[in-house]
Design a protein around this ligand. Structure first.
Ligand SMILES: [Zn+2]
Length: 219
């Protein structure tokens, strides 16, 4: 059995988690689970829990912790039997969820959960996000270094209201209050990596951190 079976990808909004998740999918043998994907999957499969999710979303509600926890539990148990590394992205978001995850991986299996935290200074996050433009057609994001007005797909690039500085600062505050305690909870099972710099620089640090966990790149 592998040394690490679950890698939690952790970091504030704008820390570059999406880019790192993409890099891991392309270069490592992994299953990538984001909460959004898992929920959509259950709805598509029309499983008992998927039908519940469909009802809740259909009536404009928010999917509660219990349902999210149960969906994560089912998918983790099914996937671990296949022997591949699971990347969890966007989960656990609270200490309570982290405890649920520990319960799923009971006993010595807990030691097979490792956390990779992307650390980026608040001011850099604010700068990154407030300078970001998004394609209205495909959702691709562009930074200030991209000196274009139209996406490669032909869609128009706009600044989202959600990306305005005050909104970003609010999201960072909320993250610190609700989600950051998860990082403290994991303590010895967590490695911090700087998310500052070019994608190549960050990817290099991620490779090093994963190697420390005994996780090797796909040949
Ligand atoms: Zn586009």
């Amino acid at each position: 059995m592998a040394l690490v079976e679950i890698l939690v990808l952790f970091g504030a909004p704008g820390s570059g988690k999406g880019t790192v998740a993409q890099f891991l999918k392309e270069n490592y043998e992994v299953y990538h689970f984001s909460t959004g994907n898992l929920l959509r999957n259950e709805v598509k499969k029309e499983s008992d829990i998927g039908l519940k999710v469909k009802d809740i979303i259909g009536s404009g509600g928010l999917v509660g912790d219990d349902i999210v926890n149960e969906i994560v539990r089912r998918n983790i148990i099914d996937t671990i039997e296949k022997g591949s590394l699971i990347i969890l992205d966007g989960y656990p978001r609270t200490v309570n969820q982290a405890k649920v995850l520990d319960d799923i991986m009971s006993g010595t299996l807990r030691e097979k959960i490792r956390v990779l935290e992307l650390e980026v200074d608040d001011e850099i996050v604010v700068k990154r996000i407030s300078q970001r433009r998004v394609c209205v057609k495909c959702g691709n994001t562009y930074g200030p270094q991209d000196k274009i007005d139209v996406c490669s797909c032909g869609g128009e690039l706009i600044k989202r209201k959600d990306d305005e500085e005050s909104v970003v600062r609010n999201r960072l505050e909320q993250y610190k209050k609700e989600t950051y305690p998860v990082s403290v909870y994991y303590n010895s099972r967590l490695v911090k990596v700087s998310g500052d710099g070019s994608p190549e620089e960050v990817e290099h640090r991620v490779d090093d951190a994963l190697l420390k966990f005994g996780i090797k790149k796909r040949r």
